[in-house]
Design a protein around this ligand. Structure first.
Ligand code: VG1
Ligand code: CO
Length: 540
């Protein structure tokens, strides 16, 4: 059935897909226009095969039914969908690759809260399993501005709770177990026997799935296959509103886990993941591991896991992520890369075999096993490392800092600001950048300052305006950028870093260690002055 429509404003994908309020997505034609634009901008769906699934948030089920009917009406050959329309983002990426499909549609607003009054999102992944690169998202956006009609089958809804094959028109729909293939992939990468032995020896863990998609994955892998005690996984049932939780695995939102890990009788290891399962936070007993440090530790120890025994080809990090991983890459004699924020920028490096591990300061790490960041993968790699080294998280971190020095790191978020205020802060700092070099701020000399632009070393594409950065001659840095995943107002992210080579000064409190950089940021960017806020809303 052909349905006449009109372009809808603002369907521009951000850092990770199109994210809007759920009610916006539920409005007539909104989801349909975007999905039709995805098909149109990628050469049409005729004869093609896709993977579809999402993180289980409110509207996930109904959006999936709509997408299946649209794929059928657009002539697609086959769609694989997770049972009950559930798939974690990394599992979807794996299925796209495993089945050599023409791409996938992932329904999620990731770490944003879910529910009728919260957020929803749609992401298109290309046949390599990764988020569509900028050229593709721009073509999709361009199409949303011209669209005149969409196609949708006039069928009744399918029963997606039943594993097996069904038909809509001429299209086959395969409902599959969302966990099985992903769990099998993890078994090829990690030494499950060694981890099982560690659990059998009394190792205790807490995994907080935050009522989001990783619950079923973590239960199957950590409790059933690795033998962790029942109850290791908490908040393990995906709920449409995430049980009212904000499924963002950081010390602020995963505070219950933090309290337990810093409390009496804490488990040996703690972890949490986000709405769609691509992020992770890891915590040891009494010690929080910053995501930038986690990437560096994983890079330094990955060879302990069977999947990485032959070493890494290179390590890539997003620009705001601390330079801790670069020091490891240098020691290993492998390449290191600095990309803009967002996983789509790692795709080419992974495809070209230049990087094996990638990571972002925003609790994301992953490898070339899929083309998304992968929360549970990072947790399993940590478990494998702990099983091999037989040391505590605190011992591993301490040893790492002694060897490489410590990159104190923190991100300060100023959320829900008026867009004009946030833009004025950015414009103000941007205007100063050219004259900063050589200036002394808070006792530190500015070495360089720029608006980050990235030239992809594989395809030569250039992405500008990816964050304002000021680098001091002592290695300290501050970076300012606007979030591209929010649905209300603007969020300024201020990223702060200071390097201490050691052997002394490695055990300071993070915000104290960063105090001069925090003051320099206020001197240069004046965020508090311009916003009238006394401080950031979230500190990670
Ligand atoms: C944030 C993070 C970024 C991450 C993106 C998607 O983007 O900073 O590192 O890739 O979310 O992650 P932004 O533009 O708000 O800073 V997820 O877990 O939402 O798919
Ligand atoms: Co996510």
């Amino acid at each position: 059935m052909r349905v006449a429509t009109r372009p809808i404003d603002g369907q521009k994908p951000g850092t990770s897909g199109l994210r809007k309020k759920t009610k916006v997505f539920m409005a007539k034609g909104y989801l349909e226009n975007f999905i039709q634009s995805v098909f149109d901008a990628t050469g049409g769906a005729t004869g093609r095969t896709y993977v579809v699934g999402g993180d289980g948030r409110y509207f996930n089920d109904r959006a999936t039914q709509t997408i299946l009917k649209m794929a059928a009406a657009n002539g697609a050959k086959r769609v694989m969908v997770g049972r009950n329309a559930l798939l974690s983002t990394p599992a979807a990426s794996h299925l796209i690759r495993l089945n050599r499909t023409d791409g996938g549609i992932i329904l999620s607003a990731s770490h944003n809260p879910g529910g009728l009054d919260e957020d929803f999102g749609v992401k298109f992944n290309t046949p390599n399993g990764g988020p569509a690169p900028e050229a593709v998202t721009e073509a999709i956006f361009a199409r949303t501005k011209e669209i005149r009609d969409y196609y949708i089958a006039d069928d009744t809804d399918l029963d997606l709770s039943r594993i097996g094959t069904q038909q809509i028109g001429g299209m086959e729909v395969s409902v599959i177990d969302p966990v099985a293939d992903y769990a099998a992939l993890m078994e090829t990468l990690f030494d499950f026997e060694a981890i099982r032995a560690m659990f059998a020896g009394g190792f205790r863990m807490r995994f907080d799935a935050m009522c989001a998609i990783t619950g079923p994955y973590a239960r199957e892998i950590i409790e059933t296959r690795l033998g962790a005690a029942p109850g290791t996984v908490v908040n393990g049932t995906p709920l449409p509103d995430f049980g009212g939780m904000h499924p963002d695995p950081n010390p602020t939102w995963a505070h219950a886990l933090m309290d337990e890990m810093f409390g009496p009788d804490a488990p040996d290891f703690g972890a949490a993941s986000d709405g769609d399962g691509d992020r992770n936070m890891v915590v040891g007993r009494g010690i929080y591991v910053s995501p930038s440090d986690s990437l560096a530790v994983l890079a330094a120890n990955a060879h302990l896991a069977p999947g990485y025994r032959d070493g890494l080809k290179g390590v890539a990090r997003s620009m705001p992520t601390s330079t801790a991983a670069d020091r490891v890459a240098e020691a290993l004699g492998i390449g290191s890369y600095e990309t803009p924020t967002g996983w789509k920028f790692f795709g080419n490096l992974l495809d070209a075999g230049r990087a094996t591990l990638c990571g972002e300061e925003s609790f994301g790490a992953g490898s070339d096993h899929v083309r998304e960041k992968d929360g549970l993968w990072a947790v399993l790699l940590w478990l494998n490392i702990l099983a091999e080294r037989k040391e505590s998280v605190a011992e591993i971190m301490g040893g790492h800092w002694q060897r490489f020095g410590r990159n104190y790191y923190s991100r300060h978020d100023y959320e829900a600001l008026p867009v004009a205020v946030a833009n004025a802060v950015m414009d103000g700092l941007r205007a100063k950048l050219g004259a900063l070099s050589g200036q002394v701020v808070e006792g530190m000399t500015v070495g360089s300052a720029d608006d980050f632009a990235y030239e992809d070393p594989v395809d030569g594409s250039v992405s500008r305006g990816q964050g304002l950065r000021v680098v001091f001659t002592d290695g300290s840095r501050l970076v300012l950028r606007l979030s591209g995943t929010g649905t209300e107002g603007a969020t300024i992210r201020l990223y702060l870093e200071r390097y201490v080579p050691g052997p002394d000064g490695l055990d300071a409190e993070v915000q104290e260690a960063l105090a001069p950089v925090i003051r320099a940021a206020e001197t240069l960017a004046g965020i508090r002055a311009a916003t009238g806020r006394e401080g950031p809303d979230v500190i990670t």
